[in-house]
Design a protein around this ligand. Structure first.
Ligand code: C2E
Ligand code: CA
Ligand code: CA
Length: 561
């Protein structure tokens, strides 16, 4: 029974006499039990005590000291008082108290302790004291609507499974899609009965040795030892089938379920991580359109976590005035002679570890969260400051600034730009706004009006990444701009790709014919440069052949030459 050998107790002591009964009793109880022999002050503890609290033995003589560290510090006095109280050695006396005890899951939970002093009818003096400690959060093990076991039982059962050597299998969370609509439409009473039916139906399709647990709201949990993904899919398919029809008196109600699964020990070995991963997979199933199961995948999850982390860092960075952002500048040259005309300002960000992050990794997130609006202000402000400074060396220096469509939708954007130009006393005709594709334009009218306003201010408008996404020929019909920037994908493989050569030549001709200037991006080789200059007659070039995006001080050296 005990981990270690019990210390000596007298042959005729009450403890010795009741040990056999105690052993039988404790195996059918979930509570912590203890019996104190009031003559010897020896205390007999139930096995779960020894296991959960790592006590040295089933028989101890310093119970108070052993258990004290596990009692929540504010509640220790309650426990001590109760112990003092019971010591009055009055037969039949009982004492009850409640305090918080550290459970094996690492959390404090309320327990109820009751103790009674007893002795047999022949003895005058009380001989023993019996105590029971009961976890209050486990009193209701079953969900009262579905009759299923609850989350706490799910956790403790799963823990047992995970503790089993070499165990492997799957943890699955099933969630009812839009069940609240059913409750709202048919009322809570029907909702409860539907939930009961569903719980029953799911239980029926599970293998007999697999239990279903009710977690919270409309979520169910289960774990399947030894299950492989294929088996989990098959089980979920039958869950889907049984979900389809819940009968009301007059209607048949349709309901679907989504599920997420994680596998132990491959995905994780501990309960907290496993259930979180199953929830992550569930969220994925929901995002994919519900009524399906998804398996946890580490890589997208890590990426998502990285993005979330980055989003937080950026939020803080913006609050501190965008101090971890900086601009790089890539030269734009005259195609005819390679003479410097200006630069495109390209955003960069210093990650926590000091590494530099490229914009494709964070611009979409900035746009989605609308953080691009404050950052956009910062970009314009700083690009204008730098342009103004460089115009001292080169009066017509042209600064191209990327503008996301989300920025255009902001009402304060135009006044901000107007004010920025006035404050820095910059000639607006030296600025180019490059419209980058970010989301579909629904309100052409509004976008055109915005750009017309900037145009009237004197700023040039460029359409970026021409030839991809929305930036196509049809677009030019709707959109009034001054410059077309042809995407670098048309420059790739020019030597071997006649199609690209033709496209380039003809789109440049077309743009020229409607009075637009053309910039070509991504020129990396001399032969590419010669082709776009001589065969296509392009106006400006931006590409690694003429310069990479550079730090401000590096670029500045080009101007001071
Ligand atoms: P983009 O506006 O098309 O910018 C040009 C991108 O092409 C830059 O990448 C540049 O480094 C790269 N590039 C230029 N020449 C060459 C070349 O010869 N070969 C190759 N392989 N690449 C070349 P970057 O800086 O990573 O920027 C990527 C995109 O991020 C930009 O594409 C733009 O859409 C967005 N972005 C950058 N800065 C900003 C910004 O300040 N605001 C907004 N809204 N978007 C920005
Ligand atoms: Ca651009
Ligand atoms: Ca581009």
């Amino acid at each position: 029974m005990s981990k270690n050998k019990a210390p000596y107790i007298g042959e005729n002591s009450p403890l010795n006499r009741i040990t056999a009964y105690f052993s039988a009793l404790q195996s059918s109880a979930e509570e912590y039990l203890f019996v104190v022999d009031l003559n010897s002050n020896m205390i007999l503890l139930s096995d779960n005590f020894v296991k959960d609290f790592d006590f040295p033995s089933n028989i101890v003589d310093d119970f108070n000291n052993l258990i004290m560290p596990f009692i929540y510090h504010d509640d220790r006095e309650i426990f001590e008082e109760a112990m003092k109280d019971i010591w009055t050695e009055e037969k039949g006396k009982s004492v009850k108290c409640e305090f918080r005890l550290l459970h094996s899951n690492g959390e404090y939970g309320w327990v109820n302790m009751s103790m009674t002093v007893g002795g047999d009818e022949f003895s005058e003096r009380p001989e023993i004291l019996c105590g029971v400690i009961k976890r209050l959060d486990e009193v209701a093990r079953a969900d009262y609507i579905t009759g299923l076991l609850r989350r706490s039982v799910f956790y403790s059962d799963l823990q047992k499974e995970l503790d089993t050597p070499n165990s492997h299998g799957s943890v699955i969370i099933i969630s009812l899609d839009n069940f609240n609509v059913i409750t709202e439409t048919y009322g809570h009473k029907f909702g409860d009965s539907a939930l009961r039916q569903i719980a029953q139906n799911i239980t029926n399709v599970l293998p007999p040795d697999i239990k279903l647990y009710k977690l919270d709201g409309y979520n169910f949990g289960l774990f399947m030892p030894d299950a492989m993904p294929e088996e989990v899919e098959i089980i979920f398919a039958s869950v889907q089938l049984c979900m389809r029809e819940i009968r009301n008196v007059e209607d048949t109600i349709y309901c679907t379920a989504s599920a997420g699964a994680a596998f132990y020990p491959d995905d994780a070995k501990d309960i907290t991580t496993l259930t979180r991963y199953a929830e992550v997979a569930l969220e994925l199933a929901r995002q994919k359109g519900r009524d399906q199961i998804s398996f946890f995948e580490k890589e997208p999850y890590e990426r998502w976590r990285y993005d979330i982390g980055m989003q937080n860092l950026m939020q803080n960075c913006i609050a501190r005035g965008c101090e971890d952002f900086f601009l790089c500048f890539q030269p734009q040259v005259d195609a005819k002679d390679g003479r410097l005309l200006g630069a495109e300002a390209l955003l960069r960000w210093y990650d926590n570890d000091g590494s530099i992050v490229a914009p494709m990794q964070f611009i979409p997130m900035l746009e989605k969260s609308r953080m691009i609006i404050p950052v956009g202000h910062w970009i314009i402000e700083n690009a204008v400051i730098v342009a103004k400074k460089w115009q001292k060396y080169m009066p017509n220096f042209q600064m191209s600034i990327n503008i996301s469509l989300y920025q255009l939708e902001e009402r304060m954007f135009y006044p901000f730009v107007e004010d920025c130009i006035a404050r820095h006393q910059i000639d607006p005709s030296t600025l180019v706004f490059e419209l980058t594709e970010s989301h579909n334009i629904y309100d052409w009218d509004f976008v055109n009006k915005q750009f017309a306003a900037f145009h009237d201010l004197g700023i040039k408008i460029a359409i970026d990444d021409f030839g991809t996404g929305f930036a196509n020929i049809g677009f030019l019909k709707n959109f009034k701009c001054d410059i077309v920037k042809i995407d670098r994908m048309f420059v790739e493989d020019l030597k071997h790709n006649e199609f690209n050569r033709n496209i380039l030549k003809h789109s440049i001709k077309l743009c020229h014919s409607i009075g637009m200037e053309v910039v070509i991006e991504g020129v990396e080789q001399e032969d590419e440069y010669l082709f776009v200059r001589d065969e296509c007659g392009v106006d400006q070039i931006q590409g690694f052949y003429f310069g990479y995006p550079e730090m401000e001080d590096v670029f500045e050296k080009r101007l001071k030459k």
